[in-house]
Ligand binder design. Structure first.
Ligand code: ADP
Length: 472
């Protein structure tokens, strides 16, 4: 099992000593003061940097402002920060919520500052091998599942990034984990310049966040940066069945060793399906086939088969024994708000898939459900087209109940594919679904949109669905 990071360049001092040497006395700007910005600021202060943090929100909205001020951090709220003409920051650490085209970042670059994401900062000082999980959908599931695998194998792993704790907290305390599993979003990858995971997993690329990127090509290119700095000792674990990924790996992925997985029937891949099982052949293992279940424990649906393949590949490449992987798969509890069954009432099953915030996730949800679907969808669109959902909606959805800002656009794109009604609240949507559902149907909340027009986030949206369903 590999528990040392070996590609650390010439400087073999441990990460914390390097952090002290590189950060002490350095003027650093942290852009964005959410959970990540606060964690980054604490880390920087601990290693002696002089830290300013800037956020567009008012001070009353920044819950860690007082704590950070007490630590000596200069907090600039309400967009009040301007780059000083003297003693300007030589490094800017960007939180995921701040887009790469923000004028502040452009100005800082023009003045010679390096602009990096929190994941890049953490990576520079993490001494453990890093497994990074990227993709439009499935990141949290795969990251959490890998965490479960390492627990089952008795490997001390830090699990975080876009899920749970920010990556920089891997460097908290003095203990060094044996492995660091990081969920990374395209936002993290916009500003990396050395980030080279030992194992980089790419699950899929489908349209998302097109309000932040010029077009799909730019978004996909940002995801592919995952592989940019890897070296020949590293692994790229990729879903060759995903059209956008398959297209982009035809000629390899930079310098890393490539391992392909595919849940498509008859696919040529290193991890594939045979007789409803997953077959994995370890590239260094003498050609023996290992068999894993395609829908283990409570994980169901074709998209989860792809997720399980990614987990098997990453865990086995890392050196975890097959039995530990199997035990973890069998005992994993799927994460809340991802195809979560809430209740069965009068022969109708109610499923909460509130985390489906883009069209790819809704497409995967429709493939996982048998029988007719009463779909509750809508919310805040992110610049994607809903047209590509026409076929699965026509095939599976009997009634579509639309909510939120995107309702009329979705009606225009998909209204011809199923009976369509609108609802002003989650309670109304759920009541309307119940009236229309027949025994054997599934009422599915899978919005294909962000939730911020009506809720504080996907969790609140899912909980409000659950509450309305339980009240029926
Ligand atoms: P992420 O962290 O990338 O948002 P999650 O595991 O939280 O991924 O799942 C988000 C949504 O995507 C859920 O609706 C889930 O059912 C769906 N999903 C999970 N894995 C996949 C996959 N491999 N392909 C498509 N959709 C998926």
């Amino acid at each position: 099992m590999r528990t040392e990071r070996i590609s650390m360049g010439d400087d073999r001092r441990d990460g914390r000593s390097r952090a002290r040497a590189e950060l002490e006395g350095r003027r650093v700007l942290v852009a964005g003061l959410g959970v990540t910005g606060a964690a980054v600021s604490r880390f920087l202060v601990r290693f002696g940097a002089r830290v300013t943090v800037a956020d567009d929100a008012g001070r009353d909205k920044l819950s860690s402002a007082a704590e950070l001020s007490d630590m000596g951090v200069e907090v600039c709220a309400g967009g009040s920060y301007a780059l000083p003409s003297e003693d300007a920051p030589s490094m800017v650490v960007v939180s995921p919520g701040v887009p790469h085209y923000s004028p502040l970042l452009g100005n800082a670059r023009a003045r010679g500052a390096e602009v990096i994401s929190e994941v890049e900062l953490a990576y520079r000082y993490i001494d453990s091998p890093v497994i990074a999980v990227a993709g439009t959908n499935g990141k949290s599931t795969v990251t959490a599942l890998l965490g479960r695998v390492f627990k089952e194998a008795g490997v001390k792993a830090f699990v975080g990034g876009n899920i749970g704790r920010p990556a920089i907290e891997c460097l908290e305390g003095e203990d060094r984990p044996e492995c660091c599993v990081l969920e990374v979003s395209s936002f993290h990858l916009e500003t990396t310049d050395t980030f080279a995971p030992y194992i980089a997993v790419l699950l899929n690329i489908t349209p998302d966040h097109l309000d932040r990127y010029e077009d799909f090509g730019r978004y996909a290119a940002t995801k592919m940066r995952l592989f940019e700095f890897q070296d020949p000792d590293d692994w790229a674990v990729v879903n060759s069945a995903d059209p956008a990924v398959g297209e982009r790996i035809k000629d390899g992925v930079g310098h890393a060793r490539l391992l392909r997985f595919s849940a498509a029937a008859g696919a040529h891949a290193d991890v594939f399906i045979r007789d409803r099982d997953i077959v994995f052949v370890h590239p260094d293992g003498g050609g023996d086939e290992e068999i894993y279940p395609a829908s283990p424990g409570r994980l169901s649906g074709p998209h989860n088969t792809a997720n399980v393949m990614a987990v098997v590949a990453a865990a086995r490449l890392f050196g975890v024994e097959p039995e530990a992987v199997r035990r973890a798969l069998a005992s994993f509890e799927p994460l809340a708000h991802r195809m979560e069954r809430v209740r069965e009432l009068d022969g109708v099953v109610y499923i909460d898939d509130s985390k489906a915030t883009n069209t790819g996730a809704l497409g995967a949800a429709l493939k996982s459900v048998e029988g007719d679907v009463i779909l509750i969808a809508g919310g805040r669109g992110k610049g994607e087209s809903f047209e590509e959902l026409a076929e699965p909606v026509r095939e599976k959805v009997r009634v579509m109940i639309l909510m939120g800002e995107a309702a009329s656009e979705m009606r225009t794109s998909l209204g011809g594919c199923a009976e369509t009604v609108e609802a002003a609240s989650m309670e109304e949507a759920v009541r309307s679904a119940r009236e229309r559902a027949r025994p054997g149907d599934t009422v599915l909340l899978s919005p294909a949109c962000a939730s911020f027009d009506m809720f504080s986030g996907y969790k609140e949206r899912g909980l409000s669905f659950r509450a309305a369903v339980e009240a029926l």
